[in-house]
Design a protein around this ligand. Structure first.
Ligand code: SF4
Length: 181
């Protein structure tokens, strides 16, 4: 019988949530007995190849490609999980929401103290995805089924949530597995 598939992605994230997923250590051997991985930074699959039981979203949406990928996950995953504060509420990247986008771009490419850019050129190759006006948590872009807070959520939190879902049990996390830092 084929195993359920799990896809994961990092949008406007730092990959720290994926590192926390890998912190399940030797339990990863149990995990690959339970599931097959589809599109994920931990393999080389570029687009979701088959219907997935679970999609894990790290990071919110800061650019148009993030939105595109998030829609791909929503359309192809039965259950979509925001993991980490960036996906669930925007996280640290959403601190830019208080600053006009043009000001952020000027600081990064023209006015920052470490910037050397005498012509004041801002990257604008069409290959580069356009920034959104703000950083949006995943649930403001598509429907999200579960949110796991933490920066990052602990390996034990991720393990508890994933194994509950994969064995058709309710996701009931004890207090000590819930944190927002
Ligand atoms: S929640 Fe924290 S660890 Fe996860 S992607 Fe965001 S900044 Fe990184």
């Amino acid at each position: 019988m084929s195993k359920p598939r799990v896809a994961t992605t990092s949008l406007a994230g730092c990959f720290g949530c994926h590192m926390s997923l890998l912190d399940i250590d030797e339990r990863i051997l149990q995990l690959i007995e339970l599931v097959d991985f589809d599109r994920s930074p931990i393999d080389d699959i570029k687009h979701i190849s088959q219907r997935c039981a679970i999609g894990l979203i790290e990071g919110g949406c800061c650019n148009e490609e993030n939105v595109h990928v998030l829609h791909e996950f929503r359309e192809n995953c039965d259950v979509l999980i925001s993991f980490g504060d960036c996906a669930t509420m925007g996280g640290i990247p959403a601190m830019r929401n208080n600053i006009p986008l043009e000001e952020c771009i000027n600081e990064a490419y023209r006015d920052g103290v470490t910037v050397y850019n005498p012509k004041g050129i801002v990257p604008q190759d069409p290959e580069i995805p356009l920034l959104l006006d703000k950083v949006y948590p995943a649930h403001e872009v598509v429907k999200i089924d579960y949110s796991l807070p933490g920066c990052p959520p602990s390996a034990d939190t991720l393990w508890a949530a994933l194994t509950a879902l994969l064995t058709d049990k309710p996701v009931e996390l004890p207090y000590e597995l819930l944190k927002y830092d």
